[in-house]
Write a protein that binds this ligand. Structure first.
Ligand SMILES: O=c1[nH]c(=O)c2[nH]c(=O)[nH]c2[nH]1
Length: 302
Protein backbone atom coordinates (compact mmCIF):
# COMPACT_ATOMS: atom_id res chain seq x y z
CA UNK A 1 0.00 0.00 0.00
CA UNK A 2 2.81 2.42 0.86
CA UNK A 3 6.49 2.60 0.18
CA UNK A 4 9.39 4.55 1.65
CA UNK A 5 10.55 6.90 -1.07
CA UNK A 6 13.07 9.05 0.79
CA UNK A 7 15.09 8.50 3.95
CA UNK A 8 17.97 10.38 5.49
CA UNK A 9 18.79 10.79 9.16
CA UNK A 10 21.48 12.04 11.50
CA UNK A 11 22.40 14.65 14.09
CA UNK A 12 21.78 18.35 13.60
CA UNK A 13 23.12 21.28 15.63
CA UNK A 14 26.24 19.53 16.86
CA UNK A 15 28.16 22.42 18.37
CA UNK A 16 31.92 22.17 18.35
CA UNK A 17 34.81 24.33 19.50
CA UNK A 18 38.46 23.58 18.82
CA UNK A 19 41.49 25.45 20.08
CA UNK A 20 44.97 25.39 18.62
CA UNK A 21 47.73 26.35 21.06
CA UNK A 22 51.01 27.38 19.49
CA UNK A 23 53.54 26.14 22.05
CA UNK A 24 56.35 28.39 20.82
CA UNK A 25 54.51 31.72 20.68
CA UNK A 26 51.74 31.05 23.20
CA UNK A 27 49.24 32.31 20.62
CA UNK A 28 45.95 30.40 20.60
CA UNK A 29 43.49 30.18 17.69
CA UNK A 30 39.89 29.06 17.97
CA UNK A 31 37.21 27.68 15.68
CA UNK A 32 33.55 27.35 16.60
CA UNK A 33 31.14 25.56 14.31
CA UNK A 34 27.76 23.87 14.14
CA UNK A 35 27.62 20.57 12.26
CA UNK A 36 24.74 18.67 10.70
CA UNK A 37 25.38 15.08 9.60
CA UNK A 38 22.76 13.13 7.64
CA UNK A 39 23.25 9.62 6.26
CA UNK A 40 21.60 7.73 3.41
CA UNK A 41 21.88 4.10 2.42
CA UNK A 42 20.34 0.68 2.98
CA UNK A 43 18.38 1.86 5.98
CA UNK A 44 14.83 1.32 4.73
CA UNK A 45 14.12 -1.59 7.08
CA UNK A 46 14.67 0.63 10.09
CA UNK A 47 11.67 2.69 8.97
CA UNK A 48 9.46 -0.04 7.55
CA UNK A 49 10.24 -3.11 9.68
CA UNK A 50 11.52 -1.72 12.99
CA UNK A 51 14.90 -3.27 12.25
CA UNK A 52 17.41 -0.99 13.98
CA UNK A 53 20.47 -2.98 12.91
CA UNK A 54 21.42 -0.67 10.01
CA UNK A 55 21.12 2.46 12.16
CA UNK A 56 24.42 4.19 12.88
CA UNK A 57 22.88 6.00 15.83
CA UNK A 58 22.65 9.76 15.62
CA UNK A 59 24.61 9.80 18.88
CA UNK A 60 27.36 7.79 17.16
CA UNK A 61 27.41 10.41 14.41
CA UNK A 62 27.83 13.14 17.03
CA UNK A 63 30.66 11.27 18.79
CA UNK A 64 32.31 10.77 15.40
CA UNK A 65 32.23 14.52 14.79
CA UNK A 66 34.05 15.10 18.11
CA UNK A 67 36.60 12.31 17.56
CA UNK A 68 37.45 13.31 13.99
CA UNK A 69 37.70 16.95 15.10
CA UNK A 70 40.30 15.87 17.66
CA UNK A 71 42.23 13.78 15.11
CA UNK A 72 42.09 16.15 12.12
CA UNK A 73 42.17 19.83 11.26
CA UNK A 74 38.72 21.44 11.42
CA UNK A 75 39.78 24.18 9.01
CA UNK A 76 39.12 24.89 6.28
CA UNK A 77 35.55 23.68 6.85
CA UNK A 78 35.44 22.24 3.31
CA UNK A 79 38.20 19.80 4.32
CA UNK A 80 36.63 18.84 7.65
CA UNK A 81 33.22 18.29 6.02
CA UNK A 82 34.89 16.06 3.42
CA UNK A 83 36.78 14.11 6.12
CA UNK A 84 33.49 13.48 7.93
CA UNK A 85 31.54 12.55 4.81
CA UNK A 86 34.30 10.27 3.57
CA UNK A 87 34.49 8.59 6.99
CA UNK A 88 30.81 7.67 7.00
CA UNK A 89 30.67 6.27 3.47
CA UNK A 90 33.95 4.38 3.76
CA UNK A 91 33.41 3.00 7.30
CA UNK A 92 29.88 1.63 6.85
CA UNK A 93 29.24 -0.67 3.89
CA UNK A 94 25.51 0.04 3.89
CA UNK A 95 25.85 3.84 4.07
CA UNK A 96 26.08 5.20 0.53
CA UNK A 97 25.92 8.95 1.04
CA UNK A 98 26.71 11.44 3.79
CA UNK A 99 25.46 15.02 3.79
CA UNK A 100 27.59 17.21 6.03
CA UNK A 101 26.70 20.84 6.67
CA UNK A 102 29.05 23.04 8.66
CA UNK A 103 28.32 26.58 9.83
CA UNK A 104 31.38 28.44 11.09
CA UNK A 105 30.76 31.25 13.57
CA UNK A 106 32.99 34.29 13.74
CA UNK A 107 35.54 34.74 16.49
CA UNK A 108 37.74 37.66 15.46
CA UNK A 109 40.94 38.15 17.41
CA UNK A 110 40.74 41.17 19.73
CA UNK A 111 43.12 44.07 19.34
CA UNK A 112 44.22 45.16 22.82
CA UNK A 113 46.44 48.22 23.28
CA UNK A 114 47.04 48.22 19.53
CA UNK A 115 48.21 44.58 19.38
CA UNK A 116 46.49 41.32 18.39
CA UNK A 117 45.66 39.55 21.65
CA UNK A 118 47.02 35.98 21.95
CA UNK A 119 43.86 34.39 23.34
CA UNK A 120 40.89 36.82 23.32
CA UNK A 121 38.28 37.05 20.59
CA UNK A 122 35.06 38.89 19.81
CA UNK A 123 31.94 38.09 17.79
CA UNK A 124 32.15 40.87 15.22
CA UNK A 125 28.94 40.07 13.38
CA UNK A 126 26.29 37.46 12.72
CA UNK A 127 27.88 36.53 9.40
CA UNK A 128 28.72 32.83 9.01
CA UNK A 129 30.77 30.75 6.62
CA UNK A 130 28.84 27.70 5.47
CA UNK A 131 29.83 24.49 3.74
CA UNK A 132 27.65 21.67 2.47
CA UNK A 133 29.51 18.57 1.37
CA UNK A 134 27.94 15.42 -0.04
CA UNK A 135 30.14 12.33 -0.11
CA UNK A 136 28.53 9.67 -2.29
CA UNK A 137 30.04 6.20 -2.54
CA UNK A 138 31.73 5.75 -5.92
CA UNK A 139 30.86 9.28 -7.02
CA UNK A 140 33.26 11.52 -5.09
CA UNK A 141 32.51 14.60 -3.06
CA UNK A 142 30.39 17.63 -4.07
CA UNK A 143 30.94 20.84 -2.13
CA UNK A 144 29.02 24.09 -1.93
CA UNK A 145 30.62 26.87 0.12
CA UNK A 146 29.05 30.14 1.10
CA UNK A 147 28.58 33.23 3.19
CA UNK A 148 25.35 33.87 5.08
CA UNK A 149 24.05 36.74 7.18
CA UNK A 150 26.43 39.49 6.00
CA UNK A 151 24.37 42.63 6.59
CA UNK A 152 25.34 45.63 4.43
CA UNK A 153 23.90 49.07 3.68
CA UNK A 154 24.85 51.95 1.43
CA UNK A 155 23.28 55.37 1.93
CA UNK A 156 23.58 56.41 -1.72
CA UNK A 157 25.01 55.06 -4.97
CA UNK A 158 21.95 52.99 -5.83
CA UNK A 159 19.16 53.70 -8.32
CA UNK A 160 16.12 51.89 -9.67
CA UNK A 161 14.43 53.30 -12.77
CA UNK A 162 13.21 52.19 -16.18
CA UNK A 163 11.31 49.21 -14.80
CA UNK A 164 8.11 47.89 -16.35
CA UNK A 165 5.13 50.14 -15.61
CA UNK A 166 1.42 49.48 -15.92
CA UNK A 167 -1.80 50.18 -14.04
CA UNK A 168 -0.51 48.18 -11.03
CA UNK A 169 2.66 50.25 -10.66
CA UNK A 170 2.85 52.69 -7.77
CA UNK A 171 6.62 52.69 -7.16
CA UNK A 172 8.26 55.90 -8.40
CA UNK A 173 11.57 55.74 -10.23
CA UNK A 174 14.58 56.75 -8.16
CA UNK A 175 18.11 57.77 -9.07
CA UNK A 176 19.32 57.89 -5.46
CA UNK A 177 18.17 55.42 -2.84
CA UNK A 178 19.37 53.49 0.19
CA UNK A 179 20.38 49.91 -0.59
CA UNK A 180 20.57 47.33 2.18
CA UNK A 181 20.68 43.56 2.09
CA UNK A 182 21.74 40.50 4.04
CA UNK A 183 24.08 38.64 1.76
CA UNK A 184 23.58 34.95 1.13
CA UNK A 185 26.20 33.91 -1.41
CA UNK A 186 27.25 30.41 -2.44
CA UNK A 187 29.74 28.84 -4.78
CA UNK A 188 29.69 25.28 -6.13
CA UNK A 189 33.05 23.62 -6.60
CA UNK A 190 33.88 21.26 -9.42
CA UNK A 191 33.21 17.68 -8.33
CA UNK A 192 36.05 16.16 -6.29
CA UNK A 193 37.04 12.55 -7.01
CA UNK A 194 37.53 11.86 -3.31
CA UNK A 195 39.13 13.08 -0.10
CA UNK A 196 42.66 13.15 -1.55
CA UNK A 197 41.41 15.36 -4.38
CA UNK A 198 39.95 17.75 -1.78
CA UNK A 199 43.21 17.70 0.20
CA UNK A 200 45.18 18.61 -2.93
CA UNK A 201 43.46 22.01 -3.22
CA UNK A 202 43.11 22.93 0.46
CA UNK A 203 44.53 26.49 0.16
CA UNK A 204 41.88 27.27 -2.48
CA UNK A 205 39.03 27.12 0.04
CA UNK A 206 40.08 30.03 2.27
CA UNK A 207 41.23 31.97 -0.82
CA UNK A 208 37.80 31.53 -2.42
CA UNK A 209 36.02 32.67 0.72
CA UNK A 210 38.27 35.76 0.89
CA UNK A 211 37.69 36.49 -2.80
CA UNK A 212 33.90 36.08 -2.61
CA UNK A 213 33.69 38.27 0.49
CA UNK A 214 35.94 41.00 -0.92
CA UNK A 215 34.19 41.00 -4.31
CA UNK A 216 30.79 41.16 -2.62
CA UNK A 217 31.74 44.05 -0.33
CA UNK A 218 33.77 46.05 -2.84
CA UNK A 219 31.24 45.72 -5.66
CA UNK A 220 28.45 46.69 -3.30
CA UNK A 221 30.37 49.74 -2.10
CA UNK A 222 31.98 50.98 -5.31
CA UNK A 223 29.35 50.35 -7.93
CA UNK A 224 26.60 52.80 -8.78
CA UNK A 225 23.95 50.09 -8.64
CA UNK A 226 21.21 50.17 -11.30
CA UNK A 227 19.37 47.29 -9.58
CA UNK A 228 19.99 44.45 -7.15
CA UNK A 229 19.71 42.07 -10.12
CA UNK A 230 22.55 43.68 -12.08
CA UNK A 231 24.78 44.21 -9.05
CA UNK A 232 24.54 40.55 -7.99
CA UNK A 233 25.22 39.37 -11.53
CA UNK A 234 28.44 41.44 -11.58
CA UNK A 235 29.46 39.87 -8.28
CA UNK A 236 28.90 36.34 -9.65
CA UNK A 237 30.84 37.14 -12.81
CA UNK A 238 33.86 38.33 -10.83
CA UNK A 239 33.84 35.35 -8.46
CA UNK A 240 33.73 32.91 -11.39
CA UNK A 241 36.77 34.70 -12.83
CA UNK A 242 38.65 34.82 -9.50
CA UNK A 243 38.06 31.20 -8.46
CA UNK A 244 38.68 28.86 -11.41
CA UNK A 245 37.64 25.69 -9.51
CA UNK A 246 34.06 26.95 -9.10
CA UNK A 247 31.31 25.99 -11.53
CA UNK A 248 28.39 28.08 -10.33
CA UNK A 249 27.84 31.09 -8.10
CA UNK A 250 24.55 31.92 -6.47
CA UNK A 251 23.20 34.86 -4.51
CA UNK A 252 20.00 35.37 -2.60
CA UNK A 253 19.60 39.01 -1.63
CA UNK A 254 16.67 40.50 0.26
CA UNK A 255 16.07 44.14 -0.65
CA UNK A 256 15.57 45.69 2.79
CA UNK A 257 13.51 48.79 2.21
CA UNK A 258 13.93 52.18 3.92
CA UNK A 259 10.90 54.41 3.35
CA UNK A 260 10.94 58.18 3.17
CA UNK A 261 8.74 59.91 5.75
CA UNK A 262 6.78 62.96 4.65
CA UNK A 263 6.93 65.39 7.59
CA UNK A 264 5.56 68.39 5.71
CA UNK A 265 2.38 68.21 7.84
CA UNK A 266 4.51 69.48 10.75
CA UNK A 267 5.32 73.13 10.15
CA UNK A 268 6.30 72.34 6.54
CA UNK A 269 9.37 70.22 7.55
CA UNK A 270 11.19 69.14 4.39
CA UNK A 271 12.14 65.43 4.56
CA UNK A 272 11.51 64.00 1.09
CA UNK A 273 13.53 63.75 -2.12
CA UNK A 274 16.88 65.53 -1.78
CA UNK A 275 15.89 66.71 1.74
CA UNK A 276 15.28 63.17 3.05
CA UNK A 277 17.34 62.42 6.17
CA UNK A 278 15.00 60.58 8.51
CA UNK A 279 13.74 57.26 7.10
CA UNK A 280 11.61 54.38 8.39
CA UNK A 281 13.44 51.04 8.06
CA UNK A 282 10.94 48.31 7.07
CA UNK A 283 11.11 44.83 8.59
CA UNK A 284 8.69 43.45 6.02
CA UNK A 285 7.84 42.87 3.30
CA UNK A 286 11.19 42.82 1.52
CA UNK A 287 12.21 42.24 -2.06
CA UNK A 288 14.01 38.95 -2.64
CA UNK A 289 16.30 38.69 -5.63
CA UNK A 290 18.08 35.44 -6.49
CA UNK A 291 20.30 34.12 -9.25
CA UNK A 292 22.74 31.40 -10.22
CA UNK A 293 25.51 32.19 -12.67
CA UNK A 294 27.54 29.47 -14.40
CA UNK A 295 30.33 29.46 -16.94
CA UNK A 296 29.13 30.00 -20.52
CA UNK A 297 28.11 26.77 -22.23
CA UNK A 298 27.73 24.90 -18.95
CA UNK A 299 24.55 26.49 -17.65
CA UNK A 300 21.32 25.08 -16.36
CA UNK A 301 18.96 27.47 -18.20
CA UNK A 302 16.72 29.93 -16.37
O1 LIG B 1 16.81 46.49 -7.37
C1 LIG B 1 15.58 46.33 -7.38
N1 LIG B 1 15.05 45.29 -8.10
C2 LIG B 1 13.71 45.05 -8.16
O2 LIG B 1 13.25 44.07 -8.81
C3 LIG B 1 12.86 45.92 -7.43
N2 LIG B 1 11.52 45.97 -7.27
C4 LIG B 1 11.25 47.03 -6.46
O3 LIG B 1 10.10 47.36 -6.06
N3 LIG B 1 12.41 47.65 -6.11
C5 LIG B 1 13.43 46.98 -6.70
N4 LIG B 1 14.77 47.16 -6.69
Amino acid sequence: MSELSYARYGKDNVRLYKVHKDQETGVQSVTEMTVCSLLEGDIGESYTAADNSPIVATDTQKQTVYILAKQNPVTPPELFASILGNHFVSTYKHIHAAHIKITVHRWARMTVEGKPHPHSFMRDGAETRVVEAVAREGEGISIRSGINGLLVLKSTGSAFYGFHMDEYTKLPETWDRILSTEVECGWHWKKFAGLEDVRSVVPEFDAAWEAARTITLETFAKENSPSVQNTMYKMCDQILAAVPLTEAIEYSLPNKHYFEIDLSWHKGLKNTGKDAEVFAPQSDPNGLIQCTVTRKGKSAKL
